[in-house]
Design a protein around this ligand. Structure first.
Ligand SMILES: *[C@@H]1O[C@H](CO)[C@@H](O)[C@H](O)[C@H]1NC(C)=O
Ligand SMILES: *[C@@H]1O[C@H](CO)[C@@H](O)[C@H](O)[C@H]1NC(C)=O
Ligand SMILES: [Ca+2]
Ligand SMILES: [Ca+2]
Length: 591
């Protein structure tokens, strides 16, 4: 209390002294008004020992006088001869210049310098976090990337979903039929199927986030508003391994980025991932896509937070070939739908509680919506940011893009109790990966980036069940892993209640990553049969030394699933898909 009072008194006194002018710093420059012309001004200046430096800008009769004998930056106004200049009949007015403290208002001026006529531009709060009144204190710096000239030109993005409304007024300009296909209808037109329930709004909403046209007096501005955008309609029908594999393989030399905001059911009890065809499609994509640089697959991490789901049980988000993206609310809080896991790379803003804002984007039937939600929002935002990044450097490989996200994403004010710094100096969390994306840092780093060396894969079969001593395959130069990227642990585990298991992995450097958290609704007795857990938390660390796997079994008492499960359908904007599970047949760890 006393300290506060004291501070208040000080403030008052500062304010008073400013008014009375006591703190002013005087310079040796004068502004002088002389109406008789420049020659007269020169004469007046010489009379009192000044030099006339000429007219002040475009102000007639005003001259800049300089006096070299005056102490620079004096704390008092000049007396003596300087008093006489004020009394000279040829001088109408004179003023010694004082220093006026000026602070650069970067955070206010820069965002305001971009203005679009799109009606929802000002509602795109997640682009305006630098505004002083905004509750989102840290910015994704999308506008700063635009101001550097990156808007997604010549980059091609596609949305794998329930179709996109290609003639939507805000999409038609950037729509690209070569980046589109209809797997469900087996033709080239990805237009969604219209029904009275508007079941197929999802793809159109995601597409606008990426590449809605800018300054066309319609709806919003896409993150990469000059990128080309297509849609692969594949969720409006039976989804099979083949449907997925086909979708991932549409024109891989033409399409740069595939964005997916769907996955297995987020019910907290499913363990499911890509089948054999889809696994191959991912591998083909990163090997042959983009003429060998590798397709970029961006994936929503999952919306099963309220069901206690964990995205390590979703083989799409935990694949090393996908960039798994999480969400935070406008206040940097953990959204109720968030699923934690060790494969999440980065995070964007999205919806939160009822009093927190949602995302504005294009909607079905040529409309515009301000209620796009969940991790569905986040994958397209990153797809857009990666489009800006590829425009900055067309030669980035699929791994370069992941490295850039690891390097540039930041924890800022995102609230999580598990932020830690790994041995390579990266701060990382199971809720947010490496943190909030930074579009400007992405384009800046990309433009000077040197492609990382080829990927090495070191595979080890453990000598004991829960720990492994590895050299990182240093005996084999073609496999030697000097700096870790992804660590994959393939697990066979038999257990009567899978949801009671928790798995942690500890690296030789001592970094601990949670590969699996308990899931209260998962009462399956199937265990894990060659399931692959993946962690990015060891990024940049050394592989060499002893790795420890900690498996904890805590028998739980089930709560009533009906009560907690009732929110699932209403809010599940990350579309679930149903599909049988498959099992592969060997056991090892991949670094
Ligand atoms: C958008 O268009 C208006 C004219 O309608 C123009 O004044 C403005 O500069 C444009 N904004 C941008 C960012 O290009
Ligand atoms: C790991 O292997 C190295 C030799 O490769 C050996 O010196 C060391 O003692 C081993 N450590 C453990 C914990 O097994
Ligand atoms: Ca628009
Ligand atoms: Ca999930």
């Amino acid at each position: 209390m006393r300290l506060l009072l004291f501070a208040a008194v000080l403030l008052t006194r500062c304010a008073r002294s400013a008014v009375s002018g006591h703190g002013d710093v005087y310079t040796n420059h004068w502004a002088v008004r002389v109406t008789g012309g420049p020659q007269q001004a020169d004469r007046v200046a010489a009379k009192y020992g000044y030099v006339n430096l000429g007219q002040i800008g475009s102000l007639d009769h005003h001259y800049h006088f300089h006096h070299s004998r005056v102490v620079r930056r004096a704390a008092y106004s000049q007396k003596g001869p300087h008093r006489f200049i004020h009394m000279d009949p040829e001088v109408e007015w004179a003023q010694q210049q004082i220093i006026k403290p000026r602070v650069k208002r970067f955070t206010q001026n820069e965002p305001n310098s971009v203005h679009f006529n799109d009606p929802k531009w000002s509602n795109m709060w997640y682009i305006h976090c630098n505004d002083r009144t905004s509750p989102c204190r840290s910015d994704m710096n999308v506008m700063a990337a635009w101001q550097r000239g990156y808007t997604g030109k010549n980059v091609v993005v596609t949305i794998m979903d329930d179709g996109i409304e290609r003639n939507h007024p805000d999409l038609v300009q950037n729509y690209d039929h070569l980046a589109s296909y209809d797997i469900n209808g087996n033709d080239h037109d990805p237009t969604p199927r219209y029904d009275f329930r508007n079941e197929n709004i999802h793809g159109t909403r995601c597409a606008g986030e990426v590449a809605a046209a800018a300054n066309n007096s319609h709806c919003i501005v896409g993150i990469a508003f000059n990128a080309r955008i297509g849609g692969i309609r594949m969720l409006d029908g039976d989804v099979t391994d083949m449907v997925e594999a086909k979708s991932l393989g549409i024109r891989p030399d033409y399409i740069d980025i595939y964005s997916a905001s769907w996955g297995p059911k987020d019910d907290g009890k499913t363990v499911d991932g890509p089948g054999p065809l889809t696994k191959q499609a991912f591998e083909q994509g990163i090997k042959r896509g983009r003429k060998g640089l590798g397709s970029i697959f961006v994936w929503a991490s999952g919306n099963g937070g309220r069901q206690g789901d964990h995205c390590s049980c979703d083989g799409y988000t935990s694949s090393i070939y996908t960039i798994s993206i999480s969400s935070t609310t406008e206040h940097g809080n953990r959204p109720w739908y968030l699923e934690a896991c060790s494969s999440i790379i980065a995070t964007t803003y999205s919806s939160g509680e009822f009093n927190e804002r949602r995302i504005v984007t294009t909607d079905l039937r040529h409309r515009c919506t301000d209620s796009h939600t969940g991790t569905s929002v986040s994958a397209p935002i990153v797809a857009g940011i990666v489009a800006l990044t590829l425009e900055a450097n067309r030669l980035l490989t699929w791994r370069d893009v992941q490295h850039l996200l690891v390097k540039t994403s930041r924890p800022v004010h995102l609230k999580a109790d598990d932020w830690k710094t790994n041995a390579a100096g990266h701060r990382v969390s199971h809720l947010y990966g490496f943190g909030l994306v930074d579009a400007e840092a992405m384009v800046v780093e990309a433009s000077k980036w040197t492609t990382v060396p080829p990927q090495h894969i070191c595979t080890q079969i453990p000598e004991r069940q829960t720990s492994i001593n590895t050299t990182g395959c240093s005996e084999n130069p073609g496999q030697h892993v000097s700096y870790l990227e992804h660590v994959v642990v393939r697990v066979i585990m038999v257990h009567q209640r899978r949801g009671d298991l928790e798995i942690n992995l500890i690296s030789p450097s001592g970094t601990k990553s949670q590969l699996l958290a308990k899931r209260q609704f998962d009462s399956s007795n199937e265990g894990f049969r060659n399931w692959e857990f993946m962690s990015v938390h060891f990024w940049g660390e050394s592989a060499e030394g002893t790795w420890t796997l900690e498996v904890t079994d805590t028998p739980s008492k089930l709560r009533n699933p009906e009560v907690l499960g009732k929110y699932t359908e209403r809010y599940n904007s990350r579309k679930p898909l149903k599909k049988p599970q498959r099992v592969d047949a060997y056991s090892s760890w991949d670094f």
